[in-house]
Design a protein around this ligand. Structure first.
Ligand SMILES: [Mg+2]
Length: 390
């Protein structure tokens, strides 16, 4: 059985929409806040932890939320900002494993079984991901670490916010038994009512109930339900889709105003994007630069790359030209976010056709060395000298 043991993370952003609002507007920090539609008829899409102290939850009618807290702050959703943060977060997930199954903008399963060799234990990977997400997006996450999706998802919820909870088989009973039966997937409100009628309230009750009591409720899913209540789950992590582009971006605490600082950041981002392309054995035919000004206006510039490449230098050169072009028409701009991406991806073998000057797959020996060191010591272990003077 141990050869089939898997390491699964469930990563879940804390009060995601509300946290993005509090991050972007300091006036909202520490306040009970809900994100949701404009009228009283709307429902709460997300509630800050301060609002949750008043018993306010997502999906609650807005009028009810306001009744519970008279100084509740209501903010209209800004989906484009949440999507933006989500992209950054998923880009980080993909640095640790290609097996990322997104459940929503702010939640994903990661199968890191094969990543352990490169980065360390699943708990270490979870810690690195939490740290990277915090650095890049200034948002906190809660991570559950387990051997399957079911337990990982339950675990991520046990110590929110900013949690990291590991639940291994030897503690299934201790950790799962006391929880309400609704934590088991597939148990909705109607089923809960029926379970209550047979005195099944907790996971333990569900695990130990008689078949003759469960069968009228779960039918042919009775055994499966009991397995779930015992922490058993063999569903694989299914990556959502092939990547159409690979990118890295960062939002800065302080706006960048010096071109030299922008270039240094651009190199760091190019390095990350290029390393991910190399890991995926892909070359980019197009390089994009994303630039967000301090006033939130966002620009993208792109150019093609011939031959397609996954070399840090090639991608950085293209990105630098794009930034220089943009700066010439936006002199003195202050920049809040920078991103570098590669798209129109081709298998790296195709880039090989253009091999020359000691380049392999359109990248150089130094790229291989950097990749090797990062594989041994983690993604933060090495950068080029120019990127280190932060
Ligand atoms: Mg969440």
């Amino acid at each position: 059985m141990s050869s089939a043991e898997r390491s699964i993370l469930h990563v879940d952003m804390d009060a995601f929409y509300a946290s993005v609002e509090q991050r972007d507007n300091p006036d909202l920090r520490g306040k009970p806040l809900v994100v949701g539609g404009g009228s009283n008829r709307g429902v709460v899409a997300a509630a800050s932890y301060e609002a949750r102290d008043f018993g306010i939850r997502s999906a609650m009618p807005m009028a009810e939320a306001k009744r519970r807290c008279d100084h509740l702050v209501q903010v209209k959703p800004r989906m484009s900002h949440y999507k933006e943060a989500s992209k950054s977060i998923f880009a980080i997930f993909h640095e640790f494993t290609p097996l990322v199954e997104g459940l929503s903008l702010d939640e994903a399963f990661l199968d890191v079984t094969a990543s352990v060799k490169l980065f360390g234990s699943p708990a270490t990977i979870a810690t690195m991901i939490k740290q990277r997400v915090l650095e890049d997006t200034h948002l906190t996450t809660s991570v559950g670490v387990a051997q399957n999706k079911l337990v990982a998802k339950i675990a991520s919820d046990l110590d929110k916010p900013d949690g990291l909870t590991i639940v291994m088989p030897d503690s299934y009973r201790e950790r799962l038994d006391p929880l309400p039966a609704r934590v088991i997937p597939g148990i909705g409100r109607e089923t809960l009512k029926r379970l209550q009628r047979i005195n099944v309230v907790t996971v333990r009750d569900l695990r130990t109930a008689e078949d003759r009591d469960l069968e009228p409720i779960f039918g042919r899913f009775t055994q499966k339900t009991r397995d779930r209540a015992s922490g058993l789950d063999d569903r694989p992590v299914i990556p959502n889709r092939e990547e159409k582009s690979i990118s890295a971006e960062e939002t800065y605490d302080r706006d960048l105003s010096k071109p030299a600082d922008m270039e240094r950041e651009l190199l760091r981002l190019s390095e990350r994007t290029a390393a991910r392309l190399r890991k995926a054995a892909l070359g980019a035919s197009t390089v994009q630069v994303k630039i967000r000004r301090a006033d939130f206006t966002t620009y993208t510039r792109q150019r093609s790359l011939k031959p397609p490449s996954n070399g840090t230098d090639q991608i950085y050169e293209a990105a630098r030209e794009l930034l220089a072009g943009w700066l010439s028409s936006n002199p003195g701009a202050k920049i809040r976010l920078l991103g570098v991406g590669g798209s129109k991806l081709a298998p790296a073998a195709q880039a090989d056709l253009f091999e020359n000057d000691g380049m392999r797959d359109g990248h150089s020996a130094i790229d291989d060395t950097v990749d090797e060191i990062r594989q041994k010591f983690g993604p933060l272990s090495v950068g080029r000298a120019k990127t280190l003077d932060r």
